[in-house]
Design a protein around this ligand. Structure first.
Ligand code: SF4
Length: 508
């Protein structure tokens, strides 16, 4: 089946007869989400820079076929190695669907010698791979650019599937469940300056606003930092991607120069957590904008924004400033570990107004440990106050707390769907009819699924495989009923406080 419906720049096509290893790089979600992920560009480039490898991409949705590659319609099963990047917990069902559709047995222990080796990486399995072990031959725990070449070398050396798995289990940071290791070290790269960087990124030739356009539009993704220097109690990045590492200014300039020469775009999207902490971020932004490039930045910490930085981002075309107070009250913000004062948040929003932003998005979490009714009201009050004072359109984006493995709040309970709905309802009511203040929220039922998959154990495999078969939210309910595994109760089980943690074998 041809996928020629989509024209892209910078794809790489090789004759499969002239390479040793065929790799299928899969993103188990939409094309748009997958192409917004820097990992897609990074691993595509690393793998295809080897003469002995051909790597082609697969997406679950919005392409002609989830099991035929974008580049040449290569069937997923024809690859020697099938890799998945798992960024969101619920995408595990899409991963299984892709395997099933391509006639690769979703059960790792039923695969035969001629089947591809299935390797999964990304933040979700790096925190806790245990719910997914039934489906995966090997996980990469942590930063995969450290071991991807080693994995390919092992694939070339091995004579059988069993031999490949045995060799893979010897690579630090690679977790082969069938080898039953007692500990696995999370991979962290010390110096990111020296890493290969994908300067020729794939850009789809689609009109603006197309569902195939990446989230930041057609832009060059510039990873400025990895990890975060803070450690908010709920946050996965702040715990498993430590320490924060930054590229040097000179290296970033070199990457942008080469990137713009090789990628047909006139926009740069900065990638990294808490970028305002970086010494030269204003200088870098201004250097990019002065090259007549558009610029977008991710969520910034309110205590790091300056007039200079925001003016530059506005000049670069950014219209919405995103900051994450997380909670409405200073009291709870301190408990969370965010350490931002109300005054600092207000100062950032007023700076946004002065520098020409049109709107501000504020990220909040509800259902946090030690949260009171007053903290919920404080979210609405802050949103209204900032809208009134700044004159900007302020959106309060509300998400339920999800306890994540390997964070300091990994043992905390998640509140019931009913309680979370009620809390979101209070904020919505407070903001209703208020000029310039609006609320958007995510479904607490999805948060319940995310929580179970974040902190669950191996027994969830039975639930996951049925949820993949039935599909949708109802599929999870039906799977819970049929397996009698209390999937939806895992995250609010108070007894979990004393249980052994399934991911305790992962060391930092
Ligand atoms: S919430 Fe933001 S500032 Fe806090 S640890 Fe996570 S990425 Fe860092």
């Amino acid at each position: 089946m041809s996928q020629s419906f989509l024209r892209e720049y910078n794809t790489i096509v090789k004759d499969p007869r002239l390479v040793d290893i065929l790799v299928g790089y899969c993103y188990p979600s939409t094309y748009r989400a997958g192409m917004t992920s820097l990992a897609t560009h990074l691993f595509y480039r690393i793998l295809n820079s080897r003469e002995d490898v051909s790597c082609e991409r697969y997406f679950r949705f919005d392409t002609k076929s989830p099991i035929h590659s974008i580049e040449t319609s290569r069937h997923l099963k024809e690859n020697h190695l099938v890799t998945f990047s798992l960024t969101w917990e619920e995408d595990i069902v899409h991963l299984i669907q892709m395997l099933e559709k391509s006639a690769i047995d979703p059960s790792a222990n039923k695969r035969r010698d001629q089947d591809p080796i299935v390797v999964v990486g990304g933040p979700v399995p790096s925190a806790n791979p245990e719910p997914f072990v039934d489906f995966v031959d090997a996980f990469v725990i942590g930063e995969g650019d450290l071991v991807i070449n080693h994995i390919i070398d092992v694939m070339k050396e091995s004579s059988t599937r069993a031999h490949a798995l045995e060799l893979l289990s010897g690579i630090p940071g690679v977790y082969v469940p069938s080898a039953n290791p007692t500990s696995i070290k999370h991979l962290i790269i010390d110096r990111i300056d020296d890493l290969l960087y994908p300067v020729a990124q794939i850009i789809p030739d689609v009109p603006e606003g197309s569902k195939l356009e990446p989230v930041f539009g057609k832009s060059f993704l510039l990873e400025v930092t990895r990890g975060c220097g803070h450690s908010c109690r709920f946050c996965l990045v702040g715990h498993i991607c430590r320490p924060r590492r930054a590229r040097t200014f000179s290296r970033l300039m070199q990457i942008v120069e080469e990137g713009i020469e090789n990628t047909p775009v006139d926009k740069v999207s900065l990638i990294g957590s808490s970028l305002g902490d970086i010494d030269q971020i204003a200088e870098l932004s201004s250097w990019i904008v002065n090259k007549n490039l558009e610029l977008s930045a991710p969520s910034l910490r309110a205590d790091t924004v300056t007039f200079e930085l925001l003016s530059t981002l506005v000049k670069g075309g950014q219209r919405t400033l995103t900051i994450a107070p997380e909670t409405g009250s200073e009291r709870l913000r301190k408990i969370v570990g965010k350490g931002l004062s109300d005054a600092e948040i207000e100062h950032a929003v007023m700076l946004a107004s002065e520098t020409g932003y049109k709107s501000v998005k504020l990220y909040f979490i509800i259902g946090l440990p030690e949260e009171s009714q007053d903290d919920i009201i404080a979210i609405a009050d802050m949103t209204k106050r900032l809208a009134r004072k700044s004159g900007l359109r302020i959106t309060a984006s509300i998400s339920p707390f999800v306890p994540k493995a390997r964070t300091r709040w990994e043992r905390e309970v998640q509140q019931s769907v009913e309680v979370l709905r009620k809390k979101a309802g209070i904020i919505e009511k407070e903001l209703r009819n208020h000029p310039n203040a609006v609320m958007e929220s995510s479904d607490p039922r999805n948060a319940r699924i995310q929580a179970a998959l974040s902190i669950g154990a191996r027994d969830l495999g039975r639930v996951i495989v049925l949820a993949a078969k039935y599909g949708g939210l109802g599929g999870w309910r039906r799977a819970e009923k049929e397996t009698k595994v209390a999937f939806f109760s895992i995250a609010n089980d108070p007894n979990r406080k004393d249980d052994a943690l399934p991911w305790s074998f992962i060391t930092h």
